[in-house]
Design a protein around this ligand. Sequence first.
Ligand code: MN
Length: 228
Amino acid sequence: MTTVFPAQPTPLVDVAGTDDKFPVNRIYCVGLNYTDHIVEFGADPDKIDPVFFMKPADAVVADRAPVPYPSHTKNFHYEIELVVAIDREASNVSVDDAEDYVFGYAVGNDLTRRDMQFELKEKGMPWDPSKGFDMSAPISAIHRVSDIGHPTEGRIWLSVNGDVKQDGNINQMIAKVNQIISKLSELYVLKPGDLIYTGTPSGIGPVVPGDIMEAGIDGIDTLTTKII
Ligand code: MN
């Protein structure tokens, strides 16, 4: 059996402290998972549940790799997020067992065409091209659970050209990592290589070409991305 043309390469993410790579299967994302961000997004935190959406696997961008300003937006936003890396198949997993499926954690940036997202939301249409575009998922190296455990608190922050714009704590997440994995595993069969971007705290805002975003989560890593 041959393929009719060479298959695209599997997207890879660095694993901290080794030359090994994490092969990416799917990228799931959680939206509206921090109360103060739901408020700035113009929604009522008491009336909203975290939502799920996806990005293509090849949207990952390594730490320090530049991201070109995308087409079809005049309001290109950052969203700093905790990323969970899955290494076992997971279907209908309980909240209590969910951590067993985690390989490690990383720092991610859920880049967003915000103007397009609001236009599509207004029309009641799917958000896909505002979220799931090329190079929309910068990510740090993944740190193994065996090295850092399962972080449940720690400062999560992002600065643009040295000015701190987002400054929260991962203990403010509404749906916790184990609840997210459990719920996602009801909706999909999670597979080794899946990444989950778990939502952003408040302080979202725009970047323009030339801007440098520095971000981090205490106890995990930092992530630097220049817009070109
Ligand atoms: Mn997000």
